[in-house]
Write a protein that binds this ligand. Structure first.
Ligand SMILES: Cc1ncc(COP(=O)(O)O)c(C=O)c1O
Length: 415
């Protein structure tokens, strides 16, 4: 490929690639500060096509939990590559990793694999409908593009649907109801409006207010049991991060089904849908629900998942992510206050999120990101620390983000 500048690359890719990216949220929004495209990553740093280096907290929007080119996962992938990628019968590692996940996820009596988080949530919804004989679904948060079906729900993380021509047939949209986190009254209202035709409530945590899960998850569990509704946890962000077993482990509430994806294989494409054996039997022989994908049990990703689980135990990765996250985002909040920026970081340290305070400034998050990129730090709405963010990287990030705060106040951004 020619040696493009960032802007040339964007023009070149967008000639044939809508968004210039197959993941909408990865398309750069604060050029020229943000990378047009990334050439490589190592540890906690990324290197863009213009020769710049950034300390990275986007981490592929969640999946990189150990670090780029992390030796344990890289070696496991290479070892498996030398045996084969995928076969016409299950690779022996598939059963092994299913057992390993069943051990670390509290509700995982049975485990099955797919490739993306959204696909695995769709599998759970299909099984919940078959199990309960009901059709309506309540969704809390974003659960992947495949499941962005409710007329007023999110179509991307933090982005509501605004189109009436979004390709979702109305009869299907009418079965999907979007609801906020920790809003029991609205859930009860929807259940009444549908004459309790609700098969499942799918919950992804709200990262800013995730602490409310302490009372919300038990209340949901009790309510679902009372109404014969299945409880599905979308642990795509929270799994392998808040705790290895996600919010179900952290808050001690077992869902009927749950989905793990992003963080389980340090960036390799793998999702797992897991749960109670009676419900999971729906996708077993004779269960009536066919869920099947050629690459579901692809072995390189499973090898990376196995190596990740072993690394989590060996290095206390969750403890590291909490500790570094608390140190870093605590310091960043102090800087935001010191320089009077209209932003704060809220939520749990492993998935802290930016919240805008009252302000006249338009798009302060975008402007702060521009200043952060300008000073060599790559941020995202949800900021992800990984195991390769060591003390020196955290200290360097704090220094760089102090410069970003100064640049913000000097309006040294033009986006
Ligand atoms: C909470 C949550 N659920 C589901 C998804 C969709 O996962 P995937 O993009 O792997 O389909 C995402 C992706 O950002 C997510 O953050």
């Amino acid at each position: 490929m020619p040696n493009y500048t960032g802007d040339e690359y964007i023009q070149y890719s967008e000639e044939v690639l809508p968004y210039g990216s197959s993941t909408c949220s990865k398309a750069p929004s604060v050029r020229p500060f943000e990378p047009a495209a990334i050439r490589s990553g190592k540890g906690c740093r990324i290197y863009d096509i213009e020769g710049r280096v950034f300390i990275d907290y986007r981490n592929s929007l969640g999946p990189i939990t150990l670090g780029y080119q992390f030796p344990d996962t890289n070696e496991a992938i290479i070892e498996q590559l030398n045996k084969g990628i995928v076969f016409g019968n299950p690779a022996d590692i598939e059963g092994e990793v299913a057992h390993m996940l069943s051990e670390v996820i509290p509700s995982a009596e049975k485990v099955r694999f797919l490739k993306t988080g959204g696909e695995a949530v769709a599998a759970c919804i299909r099984m919940a409908r078959a199990y309960t004989g009901k059709n309506h679904i309540i969704q809390i948060g974003y659960n992947g593009w495949l499941n962005s079906l409710s007329p007023d729900g999110p179509v991307l993380p933090r982005m509501q649907n605004t189109s009436t021509r979004n390709g979702v047939p109305y009869p299907l949209a009418a079965l999907h109801h979007s609801c906020g986190f920790n809003n029991m009254p609205r859930i009860e209202e929807i259940v009444e409006e549908t004459n309790n035709e609700v098969a499942a409530i799918v919950v992804a945590a709200d990262y800013a207010t995730i602490a409310e899960g302490k009372t919300f998850y038990p209340a949901l569990r009790e309510y679902c049991d009372k109404k014969g509704i299945l409880l599905i946890f979308d642990e795509i962000v929270t799994g392998f991060r808040v705790a290895i077993g996600g919010v179900q482990e952290y808050f001690g509430v077992k869902p009927d089904l749950s989905v793990f994806a992003k963080g389980i294989a340090n960036g390799m494409p793998l999702s797992a849908y897991v749960g109670r054996k009676e419900v999971m039997s729906k996708c077993d022989r004779g269960g009536g629900v066919s869920i099947s994908s050629t690459l579901g049990g692809e072995a390189l990703s499973l090898a990376a998942c196995k190596a990740s689980i072993l690394a989590y135990k060996k290095y206390d990765v969750v403890g590291h992510i909490w500790k570094q996250g608390e140190k870093l985002w605590g310091a960043v909040n102090q800087l935001l206050e010191k320089y009077d920026l209209p932003l704060r970081m809220e939520g749990f340290a492993p998935c802290k999120t930016f919240v805008v305070q009252k302000s006249e400034i338009e798009n302060p998050i975008g402007k702060f990101f521009a200043c952060a990129f300008k000073n060599g730090v790559s941020l995202y709405n949800v900021c992800y620390v990984n195991y390769s963010h060591k003390d020196a990287d955290v200290a360097e990030t704090i220094e760089r983000l102090e410069k970003a705060c100064i640049d913000f106040n000097n309006k040294a951004y033009e986006i």
